[in-house]
Structure formats: structure tokens, C-alpha cells
Design a protein around this ligand. Structure first.
Ligand SMILES: C[S@@+](CC[C@H](N)C(=O)[O-])C[C@H]1O[C@@H](n2cnc3c(N)ncnc32)[C@H](O)[C@@H]1O
Length: 490
């Protein structure tokens, strides 16, 4: 029930810290008797932050959900109106409008009428694909006095979407966009809302430049001032605003929604457990006592580890088997275990804690392998032959309810976009070396794969089949797959 209301009304509440930042952006004097509006009051985070700075403010707060209105304890300077914000239009009434609007798409939203109400009242045309926050902004601009200011918390996708272009044109031509506060993209401000948000300040007076701020350790700092000539309404804005050219993406979900990344096998004594094909054959080890294994990252040069690639490793005499000791009735295996004891392998730190000492800590063949260290891009390997992996790679297993996405996830991980997402999670080592621990992967936001439509899913599966033949990290097929993903990410 609560979840339903959340979805229906787009109820994600602003944490006090973010509300505080939003209020700080207002350039009125603290003791001014400002007339303000808070459309979509929720639990009042923004109104309460506003009156804590402007004690003389008078606020019209609109909230459509009567349950929330009943719950709320009110301050005398807040008039809480239990009504749809789109029922009446108050042209040029407010000095300040502060708002965290709902972000529902109109396709999924009952109140599609809002678009026609806005179109009739403001004599404009609005794309039916718009999200509701766009309509809230149109109305707020209409209701601001000259010199008035509107502070909105909006998804960063606003700067890049097609449906936002008309509104961006107005902000651009009237130079109304005053500033933007960007947040760390890995941090979702609202519980359950997998949307990267930012704060924008709109003024009903022209601005010479746009100030871009970033939130650093609880303080906002200006990172640049942009000239209006640096943007165009029909182009994407997010990479122009961001400090490091880093792209902002939409439709993201943490990787752990779909998969779990775990570290590889630590043997405790690689020179005993790891064997080359000739060692396996010299020792006459039964095939059940060894498993195929990836030992070094440099050994893997193709994205899909198929039987041809594995045979190639064998031909080159690479160490690509791990001793499991499983066939303990086999004479050669018994002999090799004995040899391990003679060498004192059973007494080493890790092995002395295992029973029997030569038992591998796990024997899971992960379908996708991911590099631990890299110098630029992560290395991603599709494990078609079921090899085990040492700790040079992490293993990714896909959550059972999402197993149909396994090839799609693999293709996605190969793209530049995924690399720019993981870049933010990397631990930087000296010498240009970067490291990703399993949880650094798990907690990074990636594409929310469920959003892919059936046509694109089948196109991506076809591209996977083509890549199986091509099998190169430099393949154009990866770029083709990326262009499908980018339709959802930007
Ligand atoms: C994203 S929440 C923000 C709540 C609050 N302002 C905050 O920052 O925590 C949006 C709120 O707008 C309300 N809402 C949605 N559509 C509305 C409408 N047409 N008129 C008034 N309120 C609306 C929702 O019920 C929800 O409480």
C-alpha cells in the first residue's frame, strides 16, 4: 500500500542535509518577508528548511496525498493545502518556489490531464513523453514574481532527455538557469529511488553565467562558471556541467540487483596447486583430480574464453590447471598428496585450516570473470569452458531470477559506458594501477537491465553470437551493443 502510494505520487523525501543545501542557494535576505510555495510538500523537508532560514516567510504548501496532510504537524507560517498543485494558477505570486517534484513518467501516470491543463493555461505545447517534474517547473516559472527564484531537485537526466528540450530552450533563451549543484553519482539521495539527482536554481531574471557546484564532503564548492555560449538547448548538458567530463547516466541500478561478484581462489601455495599441462601429464594425474583454471590475467587475450582459447593456453604450456585431489583413489593423486605433505604444504597458513588440507576453498566456475587490477579499462571474460579462477580475477554470478540477462550483462561490462561507471569505484594504486574489490563492483550503478525492451534484448543476444565468432576486445560489435545501451542510459 505504502509502496503503491510512493509510486503513484512519486513520494521520495528530501534528506535534511540536501534540503539545507537547496535553501542556501536562495539569494534573498534572511529577514525578508518572502512569499513562497512548496509544491509537493510530502513530509515538509523543504518547507521546514526554508523557515529555519527565513523565519518571516509565508509558505503555500501543496500536497495531493491526504494521508500525508493528516500526518503533518504544522508551523504557523506554512499553509498546507491538500490539493493538486495543478488546480489553480497564481501568476507572478511567489518570491521563492522550492520543490522536490514527483518524477513519474506520464505513460505510467494517472494524471495525464496535467499536461493539457499546463498547455491551456500557459499556451505552450508539452511532449507527452515528459516526466511530471517538467510540468512542475513550467508552472513554477509562471508563478514566480520578477526577480523570483525557484529551487528544484530534479533527476540529472533532465539535461539530456529529448522531452526536456523545450523547457531547456526557455531556460536558455531567457537565461534563467542560475546554478546547478551536482552530487556524487554513486550516491542515491532517496531511499529506493535509483535516480541521480541534482539541484537547479532558476531565476525570473537573466543571468550572465551558470554556476556549477559540486558536493564535496558535505560542503558545496563552485567548480566552474559556464558561459551560456557553452550550451545549446538541443544538445546534452550533463557532461558540460560535470567537472571532469564524466557522463551522467539514467536508468541505473546497482550491479548487486542482478549479480554478485566474489573473489577468486586463494590456494595458499600456487607452486604446488597450479600445474602446466606437461606437469599434469608427467605426474599422470587423473583428470578428475585437476580442473581447468585461469591463473594470470595476461594469459587471457580474448573476451570469450572458449575451448579454442583454452587449447591455445595448453599449447603454449601455460599453467592452466589446478590440483583438486578429488580422485583420492587414484594412485598418482595419492602420490601427489603425499608429496605435498613431504613439502610441508599441509602446514602452510591457509592449507592447515582446511580439511583435508588440499581441498580447494571453493570450486565454483563463474560465468563471467572480472579483473581485480587494471591500468585503464576493466578486463571482462565470458567463461564458456567453465574454468576456475585464482584471485587475479573476481567471478561474477548472475542472480537466478535474472539469468536471462547473463550475455547482456557481459556485453554491457565490455562497453566504455560501463568503464566510466566503474572508474568512480576504483581504488587508485601508485603507478597508474587501479583496483576493484568485489564490493566495489557490486555497489556500482550499472544499467537497470530490466528496462531493455524485447526487441533490444534479442538484438543484443544476436550481437553476443556475432562476438563469439569475432572474439576480440577491439571488435566493433561491442560499439554496436553500446549504442543500444546508450538509448537507455542517456
Ligand atoms: C518527491 S516527493 C517530495 C516531498 C517533499 N517536498 C520533500 O522534498 O521531501 C513529491 C511529493 O509531491 C506530492 N505530489 C505528487 N503530485 C502532486 C500534485 N499534483 N500536487 C501536489 N502534490 C503532489 C507527492 O505526494 C509527494 O509527497
Amino acid at each position: 500500500m505504502i509502496k503503491l502510494r510512493k509510486k503513484q505520487f512519486g513520494q521520495f523525501f528530501t534528506p535534511p542535509r540536501i534540503a539545507g543545501i537547496a535553501v542556501k542557494l536562495i539569494s534573498k535576505k534572511d529577514d525578508e518577508h518572502i512569499v513562497a510555495a512548496d509544491p509537493g510538500f510530502g513530509e515538509g523537508a523543504l518547507s521546514y528548511a526554508l523557515i529555519s532560514r527565513f523565519s518571516n516567510a509565508r509558505i503555500d504548501a501543496y500536497e495531493i496525498d491526504e494521508l500525508l496532510v493528516k500526518q503533518n504537524f504544522l508551523e504557523k507560517n506554512i499553509q498546507l493545502i491538500n490539493q493538486d498543485y495543478f488546480l489553480e494558477f497564481n501568476k507572478n505570486k511567489y518570491d521563492v518556489i522550492i520543490c522536490n517534484p514527483p518524477y513519474n513518467r506520464f505513460q505510467n501516470y494517472e494524471n495525464i490531464n496535467q499536461i493539457s491543463i499546463i498547455e491551456q493555461n500557459l499556451n505552450i505545447e508539452v511532449s507527452k513523453l515528459s516526466s511530471s517534474y517538467v510540468i512542475f517547473i513550467y508552472k513554477a516559472i509562471h508563478e514566480l514574481k520578477d526577480e523570483g527564484e525557484a529551487i528544484f531537485i530534479v533527476p540529472i537526466e533532465f539535461f539530456n532527455t529529448k522531452y526536456g528540450i523545450d523547457l531547456k530552450s526557455i531556460l536558455y533563451h531567457d537565461r534563467m538557469l542560475h546554478s546547478v549543484v551536482l552530487f556524487n553519482t554513486d550516491w542515491s539521495h532517496f531511499a529506493d529511488a535509483i535516480t541521480t539527482t541534482c539541484i537547479i536554481k532558476i531565476t525570473k531574471r537573466p543571468n550572465k553565467t551558470i554556476s556549477i557546484y559540486r558536493d564535496f564532503n558535505n560542503e558545496i564548492e563552485m567548480i566552474k562558471q559556464l558561459d551560456y555560449s557553452e550550451i545549446q538547448p538541443e544538445k546534452k548538458w550533463s557532461h558540460v556541467f560535470s567537472s571532469d567530463g564524466e557522463q551522467h547516466f539514467s536508468n541505473q541500478a546497482p550491479l548487486y540487483k542482478y549479480a554478485k561478484v566474489s573473489r577468486g581462489i586463494a590456494t595458499g601455495a600456487n607452486n604446488y596447486f597450479i600445474l602446466s599441462p606437461s606437469q599434469v601429464s608427467d605426474l599422470k594425474l587423473n583428470h578428475n583430480s585437476v580442473r581447468k583454471c585461469v591463473v594470470k590475467s595476461v594469459d587471457i587475450v580474448n573476451p570469450i574464453l572458449d575451448i579454442d582459447c583454452f587449447n591455445d593456453l595448453e599449447l603454449k604450456g601455460k599453467s592452466c590447471y589446478i590440483f583438486t585431489g578429488q580422485e583420492s583413489n587414484d594412485q598418482a593423486t595419492i602420490k601427489y598428496i603425499k608429496m605435498g605433505v613431504e613439502l610441508g604444504i599441509d602446514k602452510t597458513f591457509l592449507n592447515s585450516r582446511r580439511k583435508p588440507w588440499y581441498k580447494l576453498e571453493k570450486d565454483v566456475a563463474y560465468p563471467i570473470l572480472l579483473s581485480v587490477f587494471d591500468r585503464s579499462n576493466i578486463k571482462v571474460v565470458y567463461n564458456k569452458v567453465g574454468v576456475l579462477n585464482l584471485t587475479t580475477f573476481h567471478g561474477l554470478s548472475v542472480n537466478s531470477m535474472y539469468s536471462k540477462y547473463i550475455k547482456i550483462i557481459f556485453l554491457f561490462l565490455l562497453t566504455k559506458s560501463s568503464n566510466s561507471m566503474f572508474k568512480k569505484s576504483k581504488r587508485i594504486y601508485g603507478n597508474g594501477l587501479n583496483k576493484l574489490e568485489p564490493n566495489d563492483y557490486n555497489e556500482t550503478n550499472v544499467l537497470d537491465f530490466e528496462i531493455l525492451d524485447l526487441q533490444d534484448l534479442s538484438k543484443l543476444n544476436e550481437l553476443f553470437s556475432k562476438l563469439e565468432k569475432d572474439n576480440l576486445y577491439s571488435s566493433d560489435i561491442i560499439n554496436e551493443a553500446e549504442s543500444v545501451f546508450l538509448n537507455y542510459l542517456t
